[in-house]
Design a protein around this ligand. Structure first.
Ligand code: RIB
Length: 297
């Protein structure tokens, strides 16, 4: 099966800090780096690093060409990445504090300018039966999901970042839903994982994946639920941990049809991601995930 990630490509400007800046505070960063990122790009890289036949659809401005190169080097088919001379590439200002925790400020740029014609060209280019993976960093996410479903594609949706547009999406068309606890609370109004999962399952008929940070993840499907913990590694940068989880879960599930196997592989992969700095470049290959010994193995 071909998987198409239709999503954002960002230039991540990453600042290392003792702590994330508080309102009214000015602090100096101890380090600065530019990385490839965007939830879309990261998830495409994760999918491809599992060995899946992956393409990416999205839009960048001229200064974002290195993002396309990074996708190319990761083995992703980038023929559906538009380079618009008149757009500014999306970017993110990311603060990473000593604990590895982050905070992200986004500028959508080209990611927010996908037109109806550009969507149509992508749909017409995809083989029947493809799976399309979305996040909420492009404009018109609700329309993207609806059109993909109406064209007969399987739909996976990482409802992040959570905002009014994400809340308005047609969850009844989603085959795989990925949310963290904050996003789940915004979507359901519930504060506990079991209640969140129950309400998410009522909203979305597919497989619902709820990630819970250091508490691992829970999955609901057809009235059944599963849990899996994390591998307790020392985190240096949590950026792209959720993206890695999404890519590896999807790939493992498509391969095995087993939710427990998909949860185990995704937990291993995201544990490795947080031990490395940056976004896309911190995502491991399937080989590394299978052959690296992790704490509590
Ligand atoms: O999920 C991490 C990503 O969120 C970063 O790479 C950043 O670009 C934002 O999109």
């Amino acid at each position: 099966m071909k998987v198409c990630c239709f999503g954002s490509l960002n230039i991540d400007r990453v600042y290392a800090l003792d702590h994330i800046v508080r309102p009214g505070e000015t602090i100096s960063s101890t380090d600065y780096a530019v990385h490839a990122g965007g939830k879309g790009l990261n998830q495409a890289v994760a999918l491809s690093r599992t060995g899946l036949d992956t393409c990416h659809a999205g839009k960048i401005g001229p200064e974002g060409l290195f993002l396309r190169d990074i996708l190319d080097r990761a083995g992703v088919d980038t023929s559906r990445v538009i380079v618009d001379e008149h757009s500014v590439t999306g970017h993110a200002i990311i603060q990473v504090e000593t604990s590895g925790q982050n905070s992200i400020l986004l500028f959508g740029g080209a990611n927010q300018s996908i037109t109806a014609d550009e969507r149509r060209v992508v749909w017409e280019s995809l083989p029947a039966g493809s799976l399309v993976l979305f996040q909420n960093e492009l404009n018109d996410t609700d329309i993207l999901i609806r059109e993909a479903h109406e064209r007969g594609f399987k739909v996976a949706f990482n409802a992040a970042p959570m905002n009014e547009a994400a809340k308005a999406c047609p969850y009844e068309y989603v085959d795989f839903l990925f949310v963290n606890e904050t996003e789940a609370e915004a979507l359901t109004g519930e504060t506990t994982a079991p209640r969140q999962l129950e309400k998410l399952a009522a909203l979305c008929p597919g497989i619902v994946v709820l990630t819970l940070g250091s508490n691992g993840a829970r999955v609901a499907c057809n009235g059944e639920t599963w849990s899996h913990g994390i591998f307790p590694v020392r985190a240096v940068d949590t950026t792209a941990a959720g993206d890695t989880y999404t890519g590896f879960f999807l790939a493992a599930y498509l391969d095995s049809g087993s939710i427990p196997e998909a949860m185990a592989l995704a937990a291993r992969a995201s544990a490795l991601t947080v031990t490395r700095p940056g976004a896309a470049e911190s995502i491991p290959t399937l080989d590394e995930v299978l052959h690296t010994t992790l704490p509590s193995d």
